[in-house]
Design a protein around this ligand. Structure first.
Ligand code: GDP
Length: 474
């Protein structure tokens, strides 16, 4: 894989924005930028500036060079934007190569023109994750840290951001190294006994080895067990808003969001599609899905909406079941059916509690009364959501885990299983029958799996697959 060419990508999200950043990395980064930007005072030269304002001039002269500030510019070279160039010279940069970061105005046009001009001047469009891949290949980050970069971008809560930062800072790598150091010691002991398997004096040691394997496996299992809640923190908590048509689901969503995101209508069945929007609660992204009404749908479009509703219900970590205070006895059967489709806690919101109540009043613990159309009318619901969060996240242990990717989780599971097998080989009644050779194989396998979490012994295809999941410009 050639890593000598100079790559370029827009690093910021597309769309209207005040600022966009385009990134160039490679041996020719400064030279290529120098062909495309004219300095405010001086021409841009390698090593001469760290940060530079310049007016960006589109179109180079015939020789591929930009006219300097004093010389005449080519006819096409009309300044299009004034940009800030931040220059990081190798090895003091993210990738370890020369980097030029171009901060320009945002929006669809400016960064595109900059990108195309830089490509015209000799840069190659970067593949997804290629900047971070170069950082990895140049020894700036290990694989666990590189994956943490993706987690930082994806993080949907303060805690998962902290976890990703911890991994970027080397927390996961240090945990793995500590576990590995223990396994290296164990493996040395086990291998030293390969030649004297039946040594009776060693039987007490064997039990201790088995216990050490068990202890390491248990530490891994505890880590693995807490990953689903850590992942939920990374992905945000998914909340489905369910209920019969016209009970006020869209109004509740709007009230929670504090602005009109969903279309509210008086006729039943108006919210045909699911609508997603997020609120931020206690440092955590709450991803709300407003669903179509759940009555028997007759027309095909509405039926589609109902199917989506059922899917949203099944995928949600938490459900808000909205019911109508004015028709308390209505929709009980439907509600029951719905509850069957959900997993996780259900909060029943008795909405329209400002109106005359009809039907039996049953307000149980997980039930709140709301007025979607009145300021402060959903405070009870927000409080109930907040109270339900710890249960959804399963946060009984306060200690933060370093961010762990799905790839790393699978490897941790492999390592734990191998350690449990090793313990099994060592835990035998008769010391003479201890299969040290098999235990050594299992310990080696555990070390391999642990090592791969931080990139040891990982082949190129795996590395490429990891970076392919990154966004372009990262
Ligand atoms: P959905 O079909 O369940 O999404 O229900 P909507 O949010 O579209 O609301 C249906 C109707 O009930 C609208 O006219 C809302 O203004 C009204 N509505 C919703 N919540 C309340 C409430 O708490 N009190 C009163 N009085 N009206 C409400």
């Amino acid at each position: 894989m050639a890593t000598t060419d100079t790559i370029v990508a827009i690093a910021t999200a597309p769309g209207d924005a005040a600022i966009a950043v385009t990134r160039l990395s490679g041996a020719d980064a400064v030279a290529i930028a120098a062909r495309c930007f004219r300095g405010a005072r001086d021409p841009l030269e390698s090593g001469s500036h760290r940060i530079l304002f310049g007016s960006f001039v589109v179109g180079a002269d015939a020789g591929g060079r930009m006219a300097t500030s004093t010389g005449a510019t080519a006819p096409a070279a009309t300044p299009l934007d004034t940009v800030l160039l931040s220059i990081f010279l190798s090895p003091h940069s993210y990738t370890g190569e020369d980097i030029v970061e171009i901060s320009s105005h945002g929006g669809p046009a400016v960064p595109r023109v900059i990108l195309e001009t830089l490509i015209g001047a000799g840069a190659r469009p970067a593949r997804p994750g290629e900047f971070t891949e170069r950082a990895y290949r140049n020894g700036k980050l290990d694989l666990a840290q590189a994956e943490a970069v993706a987690s930082i971008v994806r993080a949907r809560s303060e805690r998962s951001l902290r976890a990703a930062h911890a991994t970027l800072g080397g927390d996961l790598s240090r945990r793995i190294e500590a576990l590995d150091a223990e396994l290296v010691g164990l493996l040395a002991e086990v291998e030293s006994r390969l030649d004297f398997p039946g040594d009776v004096r060693e039987s007490a040691d064997v039990a201790a080895f088995a216990a050490r394997c068990d202890a390491s496996a248990a530490a891994l299992r505890e880590w693995i067990a807490r990953l689903p809640s850590a992942r939920r923190r990374e992905e945000g908590v998914r909340v489905a808003i369910l209920g019969a048509p016209n009970v006020g689901k869209s109004s509740l969503l709007n009230a929670l969001l504090g602005y009109d995101r969903a279309i509210v209508d008086e006729s039943p069945g108006t919210t045909r599609d699911t609508i997603e929007a997020s609120i931020w609660l206690d440092g955590m992204e709450i991803r709300l899905t407003d669903t179509a009404g759940l009555r028997q749908a007759t027309d095909p479009v509405e039926r589609l909406g109902v199917e989506r509703t059922e899917r949203a219900a099944a995928a949600a970590d938490l459900t808000i079941l909205v019911r109508d205070c004015t028709r308390r006895d209505a929709g009980a059967a439907e509600s029951q059916r719905l509850m069957g489709a959900t997993k996780g806690p259900v909060i029943v919101a008795w909405n329209k509690s400002d109106l005359e109540r009809r039907g039996p009043a049953t307000t149980a613990a997980a039930e709140v009364e709301t007025v979607a159309v009145r300021p402060g009318g959903v405070d009870t619901l927000v409080a109930a959501l907040r109270a339900a969060l710890p249960r959804v996240l399963g946060e009984s242990v306060a200690v933060d885990l370093p961010a762990t990717s799905a790839r790393q989780e699978a490897l941790l599971i492999d390592a734990a299983a191998a350690l449990e097998r090793a313990a099994g080989q060592l835990r035998v009644e008769d010391p003479e029958s201890v299969a040290y050779d098999l235990a050594a194989v299992d310990l080696t396998e555990a070390r391999r799996a642990l090592g791969e979490t931080v990139g040891r012994g990982v082949d190129d295809a795996v590395v490429a697959a990891i970076f392919a999941r990154f966004c372009v410009g990262k």
